[in-house]
Design a protein around this ligand. Structure first.
Ligand SMILES: [Zn+2]
Length: 345
């Protein structure tokens, strides 16, 4: 019998993932502009502001979007509003914190996200808060609201990128409301990309929290893929070995440690495939492919309750009978499985 090494083809490890829906970056972040507190007003005077709306971890689309996309087969787009559409209480005042995040520019079109949840919390005066509530209520009925996982597989890639950034910032600003050093309230700054402590002098700047996680497509010497079922998932869903990076370790170590923890499976060569943000709430998924040094594994029966090596034919049959289902169309796991499978799922 051939040794595992002789059957192994290193080329199969080196193909990167060509497309990841949440990792698109067609808009120039124009990060050098973020420190300008009058950015919105300046772009608005040029008539070149487009505002998307985010609320409750969802983004706004034109109301009939889904029906039109079904009829025409087109891609879903965000509702992008001109600056004049915003009521006066939602416009940024010079020097005051606002709920508008500057997402970047494409030519002379400048994109902002208005976070309706943050806007509601920022206003302390009663008439202003009422105006925000009315605007938010009418927006709920005038637009179609989707979460990014629903939007991404059918969305224009520029708009999916904008939605991902806006959602990541919104989740962060609405979760982190106080300075983690002194406990004082914070205020957004840098057009949404940072926060500053309102107590410390000079003001301490706080940056968004991002939690890296590794996910690994593990293959054996016969190029079978290891699929595993997590006890918290629906019974048919099978995916790849994944977990958070711990303090003090690098990404490769995290991939090897997770395979040992979940499967007691040692990994050999590891190759980077790609990465995409997963802002639910703050992850960055880093994808690897790795070869197992053994075929034997033992599931931990805590996180993972079942795992199996699958050939492509076995996987095709498992999907056809419904014994297995694939991860969602926005997830990096799906694209990793497709890369191994050789075609779209
Ligand atoms: Zn502080």
């Amino acid at each position: 019998m051939d040794s595992p090494q002789s059957l192994f083809t290193p080329l199969s490890l080196t193909q990167a993932l060509p497309f990841l829906p949440l990792a698109q970056s067609q808009v120039d972040y124009a990060s050098e502009q973020r420190s300008n507190p009058d950015l919105f007003q300046q772009f608005e005077q040029e008539g070149s502001v487009s505002v998307m709306l985010v609320s409750g971890q969802r983004v706004a689309l034109p109301f009939k979007s889904l029906e039109q996309a079904k009829l025409g087969g087109g891609l879903l787009r965000l509702a992008l509003l001109p600056g004049e559409y915003l009521p006066s209480c939602l416009r940024p005042l010079a020097g005051a914190p606002s709920a508008l995040y500057f997402l970047g520019s494409a030519g002379n079109q400048h994109f902002f996200a208005l976070d309706l949840d943050l806007a509601g919390r920022q206003l302390s005066d009663e008439p202003g808060r009422e105006q925000v509530e009315q605007f938010a209520q009418s927006a709920q009925s005038r637009f179609k609201w989707l979460d990014v996982k629903e939007f991404a597989p059918r969305g224009l890639s520029r708009d999916v990128g904008l939605a991902t950034s806006a959602l990541a910032l919104s989740i962060w600003h609405n979760a982190q409301r106080y300075c983690s050093y002194c406990g004082a309230p914070i205020a957004p700054c840098e057009n949404g990309w940072a926060q500053q402590c309102t107590q410390e002098n000079p003001a301490r700047i706080l940056f968004p929290r991002i939690e890296p996680a590794v996910i690994t497509a593990i293959v054996d010497s016969q190029d079978r893929l290891l699929l595993e079922h997590n006890s918290a998932w629906e019974p048919s869903l099978y995916s790849l070995c994944a977990g958070f990076v711990e303090p003090g370790e690098n990404l490769e170590h995290a991939a090897k440690r997770e395979a040992m923890e979940e499967l007691q499976l040692p990994l050999g060569e590891i190759r980077y495939l790609g990465s995409q943000p997963w802002p639910f709430p703050a992850s960055l998924m880093v994808a690897f492919k790795a070869r197992a040094l053994s075929e034997a594994f033992v599931v931990d029966y805590e996180e993972t309750d079942c795992a199996c090596w699958m050939t492509r034919d076995e996987y095709t049959a498992a999907l056809a009978t419904g014994r297995m289902s694939a991860p969602g169309k926005a997830s990096v796991a799906r694209y990793m499985i497709e890369q191994w499978y050789g075609r779209e799922l």
